[in-house]
Structure formats: C-alpha cells, structure tokens
Design a protein around this ligand. Structure first.
Ligand SMILES: N[C@@H](CCC(=O)N[C@@H](CS)C(=O)NCC(=O)O)C(=O)O
Length: 229
C-alpha cells in the first residue's frame, strides 16, 4: 500500500529532493507529477491554498508542504537515523545544505534555466548575470564536496538529495558538460551521487548536455510558466 502521494514534477528540484529522499528510504510514495503550481485540483487546493509544489498527502490523510519539512518527515522513518543526520550536528548540517539548495542555489540558477526553457522572456543581460551567479554558487559547492562522497558524513542524506536534484535541474537543462568540467569535484560528486540518490530510477540514466540549449526564438510559452519550475 502506498505511503502517500507527492504532488509535483520530479524536474522541479524541490520535488526531486523529496522523491529522492523517499526512494532512498524505500518508502512506497506515489508521484502525481502533473500537478502544477497555482492550478491544483479543487480538493487539493482546499488542503494547500498556497498551491506551491511539492505537497504531500499521506495514506492516513496527513497533509504537509514545504519540501524540507516533507523530506524530514520521510527521514523519521529511517531505522538507522542517518538520512536526516545521525547526530545533532549532522542534523543541523543536513538542514543547512538543504536550505542552501532551496534558496541561494535556486535563486542563482533560476533566471538562466527559466530564460532558456521559455518560462520567462529571454534577456541576454539577465542570463549573463544568472550564469555569473551560478558559477559563483558552483564555486562554493566545489569547495564543499572536495574529496567527499557525500555532503554530510559517510552516507547519503537529505542534503545530497537536495544537491543532486538541484544539479540535475541545471545540468539537464542549460549547463553543458564542458562548463561542468570547470568544476571537477562537483562533476565527480554528481556522477557518483546520481544513482546513489536514486535519480536513475526517478529521471533515467545520467546525461550531460554537449551543446548549450539554443536561445529561444518564441516568446514565453503559456504552458511552461515560471511557476511550473
Ligand atoms: N519553500 C517552498 C518553496 C516551494 C516553491 O516555491 N515551489 C515552486 C516550484 S519549485 C512553486 O511552486 N512555485 C510557484 C509559486 O511560487 O507560485 C518549498 O521548499 O517547498
């Protein structure tokens, strides 16, 4: 029997983080992937009036939103108590990195991804600034993952679920493998962590872009809105 349902597409990094945490723990979570922010079906909108993704409805009816809270709830089912952090300090570090990807990393990359994916109007100046911010944030991560298999401790945690989901968001959409190669520690970390965080199950085999995504010719799509990211 399903443990519950996560609403939202795995391509959204916050949804990917939550689904990766569930997969890591072997929790039988279903994914309603076509639930879009701001367009929830009526029953779901009544439970979650803010209508951001991800949201979780448990088989017993519990309702949770906010990705880090959902992942932390899933981690409470870890019999070894590792996925959410094994010690008080590890728990704090896991939250620290989960928050970093949820906010600073996302804020840096979103104008680049959204401009190329036709979610916002393409503007070369906006993209140039976003690429610069993305490379700065990658430099922070490059130092953190140096010589490490996982971000906190010796085993995968929510911090790695957030890292791989966020890297997947950028590396499957806008950043090429040549650009990634400028960050060899992140490259090594990502290639190792991708299957360990179950992204091969969630998103298929790891692929890197050879060419940059072309500059969009058409105006923003009415279907692909920024909110969907
Ligand atoms: N702090 C929330 C943020 C959720 C969020 O903003 N999700 C985005 C998609 S990644 C969304 O639904 N955006 C729609 C909006 O901001 O209206 C979380 O971590 O779950």
């Amino acid at each position: 029997m399903a443990f519950g349902t996560v609403y939202g597409s795995v391509k959204s990094p916050r949804v990917g983080m939550v689904l990766s945490t569930a997969a890591l723990l072997g929790l039988p979570v279903e994914n309603a992937s076509n639930t879009l922010p701001g367009s929830f079906p009526k029953g779901l909108a009544e439970k979650f009036p803010i209508q951001k993704i991800p949201v979780f409805v448990g088989a017993d009816g519990i309702c949770l939103w906010q990705s880090i809270a959902i992942a932390s709830f899933f981690a409470s089912y870890d019999p070894l108590g590792i996925v959410g952090g094994a010690t008080a300090l590890a728990k704090a570090e896991v939250l620290m990195w989960a928050c970093f990807f949820n906010q600073e990393f996302y804020d840096a990359v979103i104008p680049w991804v959204a401009g190329r994916m036709r979610s916002i109007p393409y503007d070369p100046k906006t993209e140039e600034k976003a690429k610069k911010n993305t490379f700065s944030i990658f430099a922070v991560l490059e130092r953190q993952v140096k010589d490490k298999e996982f971000l906190v401790g010796e085993d995968p945690t929510i911090a790695d679920a957030a890292a791989v989901a966020s890297l997947y968001f950028v590396l499957s959409s806008v950043m090429t493998k040549d650009e990634l190669a400028k960050f060899p520690e992140i490259q090594r970390y990502y290639i190792n962590a991708y299957p360990k965080l179950k992204f091969d199950q969630l998103c298929g085999p790891l692929q890197l872009l050879s060419e940059p995504v072309p500059i969009p010719k058409a105006p923003p799509s009415p279907i692909l809105t920024c909110d969907e990211l």
